[in-house]
Design a protein around this ligand. Structure first.
Ligand SMILES: Cc1cc2nc3c(=O)[nH]c(=O)nc-3n(C[C@H](O)[C@H](O)[C@H](O)COP(=O)(O)OP(=O)(O)OC[C@H]3O[C@@H](n4cnc5c(N)ncnc54)[C@H](O)[C@@H]3O)c2cc1C
Length: 454
């Protein structure tokens, strides 16, 4: 055992540190399964913030890389382990307390998004951010990636709900930013710097999250189109006049993959499926759905289906959320997360189709369309080196396409390790240099999640 690890073991409870290779293996990868993940010397699973401080002080003294980890559902290799480092897993810090008078949740970072939603529901409240992975991802990971999701088109993303953070810095200093107060402009807006920082600037050990009144049961609209381009035009038309609580898009390949996976009667012949919801309630929801229907028809919808039955609506949303697991059955995946201003969605989608054709790869595509955020999913046969080369080429070309349209290489999954090489092309040298200066100021030894993002 490395001597430095002895010092850490002496300071933490025995069950907080494991060096068992079988356990370590389970903490090496996120859902991106990055083959370049290193072999850490230990997994540390603290139960309190002061233990996180101990880990960071020890890591600073011994210059050991630390990879903060939530639930490992990330799609960009952000929590891939680093060779010779430690994985700092927050999965044992998961308390959730609801303060209904302040309308906030006070949470530890390992709490799953679904656990926060469930606790809020008991008080008639709602924590809106809803990544499709909400049942398997942690709040700490959501904060570190500034996660989005399906209802974000109306309700915003994670950062819009973070009122306060407890953080442990690289040198072990514990700080608190913000809190239960709804308005607070004292000092620099440091809180937002840490949201989306992907474990590179600090470890999140606690958060105060804003809650809102429970959502009304949604009404749902499904519109089918002959092509993704026609559906993209409908997205522009719908968002121009209404504010849907969900506006999701699936292409033909995704519809078929989901149908193979769930057998729920989706129309396999459709070129694109647009799934919209209104949570305005009662007659207002009916009016919103009708307005969306008219907009879809103006853009060539071939079939429409609407329902006020929440169970039916949830089944359709679940079908959309099942897109990744369904497509995962088709082969190895490279997951994209590119976004553009909404009016450029059609151009992005037809460009992706061209890239698929040129590189002879399948790229089923789903999208949080109302946010202009798409997930082209490049599928290739595992073990086929040429197919993998073509897939990687397509991966880069899609990001270049998004940048050329004034878009982003990542709308919600983060840069992690898989997209790091493409970040300078989007940000440019001055913003990259500024970002490096921030990193240097907060983590001068470069021990927090090295190799990710910057
Ligand atoms: C099926 C599926 C569907 C998905 N759908 C969506 C979606 O709709 N929207 C979306 O945004 N994402 C989605 N994701 C991606 C993923 O779930 C999110 O990125 C999520 O926020 C990651 O949370 P996690 O707890 O799993 O974090 P991890 O994967 O463990 O870590 C993610 C990043 O956060 C950092 N981190 C984790 N915890 C902390 C902490 N306490 N302090 C500091 N840094 C930390 C890690 O270092 C890493 O950089 C999906 C993933 C899957 C598998």
């Amino acid at each position: 055992m490395p001597v430095a690890l002895d010092a850490l073991l002496a300071e933490l409870p025995a069950d907080a540190v494991t060096t068992d290779p079988a356990v370590i293996e389970k903490y090496r990868y996120d859902w991106a399964h990055d083959p370049a993940a290193g072999m850490p010397v230990a997994v540390v699973r603290p139960t309190a913030a002061d233990q996180v401080q101990t880990v960071m002080r020890w890591a600073s003294t011994n210059r050991v890389p630390v990879v903060p980890r939530g639930a490992g559902s990330g799609l960009s290799g952000g929590s891939s382990a680093v060779e010779g480092g430690v994985v700092l897993s927050m999965d044992r810090m998961r308390s959730v307390h609801i303060d209904p008078d302040c309308r906030v949740a006070v949470v530890e970072p390992g709490a799953l998004n679904a656990e926060v939603k469930a606790a809020a529901r008991e008080h008639g409240l709602w924590y809106p951010p809803d990544p499709s992975s909400y049942e398997i991802c942690s709040i700490g990971g959501n904060i570190a990636t500034n996660a989005g999701g399906l209802c974000c088109v109306k309700y915003g993303v994670t950062t819009d709900y973070v009122l306060g953070l407890d953080l442990v810095l690289a040198d072990g200093t514990a700080i608190t930013l913000g809190g239960k107060r709804l308005k607070d402009v004292a000092g620099l807006s440091l809180l937002k710097l840490f949201v989306g920082s992907e474990g590179t600037l600090a470890v999140v050990t606690g958060a105060v999250l804003r809650l809102v009144p429970a959502q009304q049961a949604p009404s749902t609209l499904v519109a089918l189109f002959e092509s993704m381009v026609a559906a993209a035009a409908a997205v522009v038309e719908i968002t121009r006049s209404t504010r849907p609580a969900m506006l999701e898009l699936m292409d033909a390949a995704t519809i078929n993959a989901v149908e193979n996976h769930l057998s729920m009667g989706l129309d396999r012949t459709a070129g694109a499926l647009l799934l919209a919801q209104s949570d305005a309630g009662g007659a207002a929801a009916g009016a919103e759905i009708s307005a969306m229907e008219r907009a879809a028809l103006r853009c060539g919808a071939t079939e429409l289906f609407r329902t006020d039955d929440p169970a039916e609506g949830e089944a359709l949303a679940a079908a959309r959320r099942a897109a990744f697991p369904a497509i995962e059955k088709l082969g190895s995946l490279l997951l994209e997360d590119v976004g553009v201003p909404i009016p450029l969605l059609a151009q992005l989608l037809s460009g992706i189709a061209d890239i698929a054709k040129r590189n002879q790869v399948a790229i089923p595509t789903v999208a949080h369309a109302g946010d202009g955020n798409t997930h082209p999913i490049i599928v290739y046969t595992p073990g086929d080196a040429d197919a993998e080369r073509r897939a990687r080429k397509a991966f880069g070309e899609i990001m270049s396409l998004a940048i050329s349209l004034g878009g982003t290489i990542t709308g919600e999954h983060g840069v992690g390790r898989l997209k790091k090489a493409y970040l300078p092309a989007q940000l440019g040298p001055d913003v990259m240099a500024l970002s490096q200066r921030v990193k240097q100021a907060l983590d001068p030894l470069g021990i927090l999640n090295p190799g990710a993002v910057l």
